[in-house]
Design a protein. Structure first.
Length: 215
């Protein structure tokens, strides 16, 4: 497999993880902090930061930013598809489709909110991650990749988590169900810490990915 094919494969995995985290993120796993649980997207999202770090390490900052731009365009296209699919009237050839259409609107209507939040969160979080990764590499050199991989992810994920949560939960913030502090402490911090934990666990994959991409 040549380098170009490997990049295409990584780009496919990148966009796939991005789509999956938005479309499937409404389900909560019974693990995490307290009884709130964690979204299943918590497993998928760290791969976005991992892939841009691997690509940036081998091909440089410009190529990593290209992945981010393609991801952003993909999210905008996904949002357009979601808006069309949810708003168009569904056919009801039998009773089952009446139940299905209602459930479809509920599930994918929620994912629209996630996608809108993700567009801004993704844009800023990923750019901060790429910038931090390459700033650390420029200052400290090529050694200790584990440090710049995790440091950039910790900062980028914090930016991403904060923006995403405050946009996605804005209706509940406006209604008074959450205060700014309670939303930050109950949702942002636990989700950010969980993402950081998964990022630390996938550190060996960063080394494997870089070695594989350089072959």
């Amino acid at each position: 497999m040549d380098g170009e094919t490997k990049l295409h494969l990584l780009l496919g995995l990148y966009v796939g993880a991005l789509y999956a985290s938005n479309l499937l993120g409404g389900k909560l796993m019974p693990i995490g902090f307290g009884d709130r649980g964690l979204t299943v997207a918590i497993i998928m999202f760290p791969f976005l930061f991992l892939i841009t770090d691997v690509v940036g390490e081998v091909y440089g900052k410009a190529k990593a930013k290209m992945f981010v731009k393609i991801g952003l365009i993909s999210l905008m296209i996904l949002l357009a598809w979601q808006l069309f699919s949810v708003t168009i009237t569904g056919a009801v050839p039998n009773e089952w489709y009446g139940i299905f259409n209602e459930a479809y609107g509920t599930v994918f209507g929620l994912s629209i909110t996630f996608t809108v939040a993700s567009i801004l969160a993704f844009f800023f979080g990923q750019h901060v991650d790429v910038f931090t990764y390459h700033t650390i590499r420029k200052v400290f050199g090529k050694k200790n990749m584990w440090f710049r991989n995790n440091a950039s992810t910790v900062i980028g994920q914090f930016v991403d988590s904060t923006i995403w949560v405050f946009i996605a939960f804005s209706p509940r913030l406006v209604s008074g169900a959450f205060t700014t502090w309670s939303l930050f402490s109950i949702v942002v911090i636990p989700y950010w810490l969980a993402k950081v934990a998964f990022a630390i666990l996938d550190t060996p994959l960063c080394y494997v990915g870089v070695k594989w991409l350089k072959k």
